[in-house]
Design a protein around this ligand. Structure first.
Ligand code: NAD
Length: 353
């Protein structure tokens, strides 16, 4: 197993260190894991001038999987856009053709009180959001800020072709087949032609998956339904921008963004695995971050790229055990529990494994 490790910026370094300790447990038992570290994001800009340097591209392309912390921070927000850390992230997704982003939002029973919603609304929540990751308004051309008729105009382009919609649709239908066979496709077809095409193509695809019950929802309603009655959903599929927003919203249902892993896959199950959150500059370097999203991302990596369900389940089981034993980082802390640091949370997970 060849894994490119990209800690990135801010808390990225701290949380990746804990995920690597978890992988070390398997290594010490004889699993053949090779890791190679490389720079991505702000640290790469500082060292090379580029957020996704050549050397990192080579290591990422050669690897079977990429394990990523997070990138970005206020220090780099003043740079021209092509040099910003977030461009590195978009760049590696595009370069590796990681078009399918799988984001589970699972509420661990032990964290029902950490959710901002009432426990009865969220208890037992288990949603999978499938977000298209390499198209849509984030990549569409033309884009930019120009001066027209004496005033500044900002422009981005929302665009999908039917092949792009079909391939993400297939990932979502297949994910639904493995779960409760319910798929909700989210669009804004009442005002956006791009998403009218999205809906048309998803409806055509449904004929190939007769066992999956397909429904459609407008994105504004979906945003509302996610906080009103989130358990009505199982698998949701949507475009890049709507998925970006809805998956962060879904993450909050689970109590903390620090709990949510994600997988971004290409057509051959090569994947990049990363927590859903960012580099959290407000707590970086303080050993306060919750490493569980990153540790659970390593579990997803073992499941989706390396087909090792048993190892993935062992990590997830250890995380559950640690939560059940009452250990909490600050972001999920509640009275009566034991507060632990980022590295102590790593200690607990390793011990539970
Ligand atoms: P963020 O996710 O970094 O932080 C939002 C809030 O959640 C902060 O209060 C932070 O302390 C908290 N938080 C996040 N992860 C946590 C964890 N593991 N444990 C405990 N608390 C955690 O989002 P932001 O503040 O909007 O962005 C900060 C930087 O991260 C920006 O530069 C942004 O561009 C970048 N970013 C990167 C990614 C990525 O690398 N995939 C994603 C989102 C944002």
């Amino acid at each position: 197993m060849k894994i490119a490790v990209l800690p990135g910026d801010g808390i990225g370094v701290e949380i990746i260190a804990q995920a690597l300790r978890v992988l070390d447990v398997f290594k010490s038992e004889g699993m053949k894991i090779e890791t190679e570290e490389a720079l991505l994001g702000g640290c790469a800009v500082d060292a090379t001038g580029s957020p996704y340097p050549e050397a990192t591209q080579q290591i990422a392309r050669d690897a079977d999987a990429v394990l990523l912390g997070a990138v970005g921070g206020p220090k780099w927000d003043v740079l021209p856009r092509p040099q910003r850390p977030e461009r590195g992230l978009l760049g590696i997704r595009k370069d590796l053709n990681l078009f399918a982003n799988l984001r589970p939002a699972i509420l661990y029973a032990e964290l029902a009180n950490a959710s901002s919603l009432k426990p009865e609304v969220v208890a037992g929540l288990d949603i999978m959001i499938v977000r298209e990751l390499t198209g849509d308004i984030y990549f569409g051309e033309p884009r930019g800020i120009s001066v027209e008729d004496g005033q500044r105009v900002g422009r981005n382009t929302m665009i999908y072709n039917e092949a792009e919609i079909r391939r993400i649709g297939r990932v979502a239908f297949k994910a639904a087949q493995k779960r409760s066979k319910k798929l909700c496709s989210v669009d804004k077809m009442n005002v956006l032609e791009t998403t009218q095409l999205w809906r048309d193509v998803i409806i055509e695809l449904a004929a190939e998956y007769p066992d999956v019950e397909l429904s459609h929802m407008l994105v504004d309603n979906a945003a509302m339904q996610l906080v009103r009655n989130p358990k009505q959903f199982d698998v949701m599929v949507t475009g890049n921008m709507f998925g970006d927003i809805l998956s962060d919203e879904a993450s909050m249902l689970t109590g903390s963004i620090g709990m949510l892993p994600s997988a971004s896959l290409d057509a051959n199950n090569k994947g990049m695995y990363e927590p859903c959150h960012g580099s959290a500059p407000d707590i970086a370097g303080k050993n306060l971050a919750n490493p569980l999203a990153t540790i659970l991302s390593a579990a997803m990596m073992l499941r989706y790229t390396f087909n090792n369900e048993q190892a993935a389940g062992r990590i997830e089981g250890a995380v559950k055990k640690v939560l059940a034993a009452g250990y909490r980082t600050a972001d999920i802390f509640e009275a009566g529990k034991q507060k632990v640091s980022c590295s102590e949370m790593g200690d607990r997970v390793v011990a539970a494994m």
